[in-house]
Write a protein that binds this ligand. Structure first.
Ligand SMILES: Nc1ncnc2c1ncn2[C@@H]1O[C@H](COP(=O)(O)OP(=O)(O)OP(=O)(O)O)[C@@H](O)[C@H]1O
Ligand SMILES: [Mg+2]
Length: 287
């Protein structure tokens, strides 16, 4: 518990510095357009899985979208398509008018996926430095140290992923996503393995970073509370094949705080979205 609190205190200081770094990067924000996006996986013996079914969504530059929905409904698949890691079977995705792959080449995307995706043979430090190396850029040593501290892991710079807990691995993954100050942040359950205190702190700090330099963000989460707290709009996906069952604008004043979560407006949105999620989950076929 002590080390946890220690981490939390360090996180606060270093996240403030992170804002300064992100402000210094004078990049514009990017809109994202999804048009008729579908994904069908072809399995062996002619079997197919329709993971995502006809998603249309316009995300404004700098907007924060939270994506919720039952397990297996296609959230990660949709995110992987936006991140250029999967190709849509139908439809198209454009980020500031470019394909996801073009954006990746220009280092515009910061991605932290559900399976943290750390290189098992690289230390925490080298995993965070990896985007620089992949982009053929000199590693900004100060920035890597700053990011490690940002996620409260500066004492674990030399640790390999197998020597880190699940939450620590997720934090390395978030630091890596922020390394090149991306225009678009794609986060798949980034806080799922964090304890409640650190998770709340990361929610707060993500909001603070985002409001100082709005970055178009898509966050997948299983926490409706986290979705309402962070997002401009919460998108609820129906069971597989996933469609957008509900898109709920969240107009709560920013910055949002613990007090915001006590307001009737917050509680009503939470109740509405929880009921909607329950309803779609109830209608979900066995996966
Ligand atoms: N590479 C793949 N090949 C075949 N099927 C896949 C592949 N990736 C995902 N699927 C299938 O697509 C469906 C949607 O999976 P996806 O991982 O997108 O769900 P999810 O909403 O992210 O679930 P969770 O909340 O549990 O993470 C599932 O039925 C899954 O089995
Ligand atoms: Mg997923």
């Amino acid at each position: 518990m002590m080390s946890n609190l220690h981490d939390v205190i360090r996180l606060e200081g270093f996240l403030s510095r992170q804002e300064v770094c992100m402000e210094a990067g004078n990049q514009s924000t990017s809109d994202i357009v999804l048009e008729g996006v579908r994904k069908r996986f072809e399995l062996a013996k002619g079997q197919v899985i329709d993971a995502v079914e006809h998603v249309d969504l316009n995300i404004a530059g700098g907007e924060f979208i939270a994506l919720i929905g039952p397990s297996g409904c296609g959230k990660s698949t949709l995110l992987r398509m936006v991140a250029g890691l999967e190709t849509p079977s139908h439809g198209q995705i454009k980020i500031a008018g470019q394909t996801p792959n073009e954006c990746i080449k220009q280092q515009k995307l910061g991605i932290a996926m559900q399976e943290h995706g750390l290189m098992p043979w690289l230390s925490a430090w080298d995993n965070i430095a990896l985007p620089f190396r992949l982009a053929g850029l000199p590693v900004d040593i100060d920035r890597v140290h700053e990011l490690l501290a940002l996620v409260g892991l500066d004492e674990f710079a030399n640790a390999l992923p197998k020597q880190l807990s699940g939450g620590m691995k997720q934090r390395v993954s978030i630091a890596r996503a922020l390394a090149l100050e991306p225009q678009v942040l794609i986060l798949d359950e980034p806080f799922g393995a964090l304890d409640a205190v650190t998770r709340r702190l990361m929610n707060n700090e993500l909001q603070r970073i985002w409001s100082r330099k709005p970055t178009t963000t898509i966050l997948v989460t299983h926490s409706v509370e986290e979705a309402v707290f962070l997002a401009d709009r919460v998108c609820l996906m129906s069971p597989r094949p996933g469609r957008l069952a509900l898109v709920e604008p969240i107009t709560l004043e920013r910055p949002r705080s613990l007090e915001t979560m006590q307001t009737a407006e917050f509680r009503n949105l939470l109740a509405k979205l929880t009921a909607a999620l329950d309803e779609v989950c109830m209608s979900a076929p066995a996966q």
